[in-house]
Design a protein around this ligand. Structure first.
Ligand code: NAD
Ligand code: SER
Length: 317
């Protein structure tokens, strides 16, 4: 039986990934960890959970050794907007935490490790439409810097120590279960909650802001497809571009209005506008498509219809 460790399991992605991993590997085979305990209603409250701060090297070492972990999904991170509020914390968690996971994986010969990267690795000097797989990586946020470092150090452990480490550059992830954790793309989730509960939203980026996005089912599908792929087929390791959809904030509001005609969206750009402006409009994911057969299932219309349906059910609307 595989023994799987998930860090940052309580976050937007980890809280949906963990129950799916438990279906695959058995509840007791997947140990969820985070710095905060999940509520009783959490989808992964039923299985093993440990409080773990990824900055604590000894804690990570002993957990990996004692539980004989052979697969790690490293989801703990500080995202872009929170990272700009506290750049040192972002560096310590994103780079220091990842270094601790990599060292434990090396020391205890963990079989496979997943660590997400992000569209935040790109910066204003990257071609924007689309951002190529291999291109200029000069981000302007601490989050982006930490993700470029994470990709490079992950690749180093593959080539230097022969570890099997895999990673995707996720676009902004849209989902209906757990709230997003302090990123620049959070508006594309918040807008749904406000549209359904208040029929009004004030968006923190301009209406013409276009960013790459992906619906959670595609995010999970891409993650598992990459982890399942034959190592020999992979021409990249820690930095695959994956694309879902791209749309402007105004196009998203218009799509939501097809379901909630009275919805009004206003715009009051804040410091996150500059971060969004430094990221590309879309990604070239042809290597992911060729190497491990990546295809997204959701576009703007199908994602919006599903988000509205789920949240209306949740809020009894
Ligand atoms: P999130 O902020 O929702 O969750 C991150 C989790 O990490 C939180 O539960 C938090 O409590 C935990 N955490 C924070 N500091 C920690 C520490 N010191 N030790 C242990 N845990 C800690 O983030 P997410 O959206 O679930 O992102 C998961 C991964 O995917 C991250 O690497 C992120 O950079 C990446 N990613 C996310 C998106 C997105 O739009 N959600 C896009 C691109 C990349
Ligand atoms: N969704 C993330 C953020 O906005 C992108 O990695 O920070």
């Amino acid at each position: 039986m595989q023994r799987v460790l998930v860090t940052g399991a309580g976050g937007q992605i980890g809280s949906e990934l963990t129950p799916i991993l438990r279906k695959r590997h058995g509840t007791s085979g997947v140990v969820a960890t985070d710095i905060r305990r999940p509520g009783a209603a959490s989808a992964f409250a039923d299985g093993p959970f440990e409080i773990v701060d990824v900055r604590d090297r000894e804690r990570i070492r002993s957990l990996v050794a004692d539980l004989r972990i052979d697969t790690i999904y490293h989801m703990a991170a500080i995202l872009s907007a929170t990272g700009e509020a506290n750049p040192r914390l972002a560096w310590e968690v994103n780079v220091g935490g990842w270094a601790n996971v990599l060292e434990a994986a090396r020391e205890f010969s963990v079989g496979r490790v997943f660590c997400p990267s992000s569209i935040a690795v790109f910066g204003p000097e990257t071609p924007r439409d689309p951002a190529p797989q291999l291109t200029v990586l000069r981000p302007t946020t601490m989050y982006g810097l930490s993700k470029v470092t994470g990709e490079l150090v992950g690749d180093y452990y593959v080539h230097r120590y022969g570890l099997d480490i895999r990673g995707l550059r996720y676009p902004g992830i849209i989902s209906s279960e757990a709230p997003p954790g302090g990123g620049t793309t959070d508006y594309a989730v918040d807008i749904f909650y406000q549209a359904i509960q208040a029929e009004q939203y004030t968006c923190f980026v301009r209406p013409d802001t276009v960013l790459p996005m992906m619906y959670m089912p595609d995010c999970i599908k891409a993650t598992l497809a990459l982890m399942d792929a034959d190592f020999g087929r992979l021409s990249r390791h820690c930095d695959y571009n994956v694309a879902g959809m791209s749309f402007s904030a105004a196009e998203l509001a218009a799509e939501i209005r097809k379901h909630i005609p009275s919805f009004v969206c206003e715009y009051a750009p804040d410091f996150r506008q500059a971060i969004a402006d430094s990221w590309p409009l879309c990604l070239d994911d042809s290597l992911a498509r060729g190497d491990w057969d990546w295809r997204p299932a959701y576009d703007l219309a199908t994602m919006t219809a599903d988000m509205v349906r789920r949240l209306k059910l949740r809020f009894g609307k």
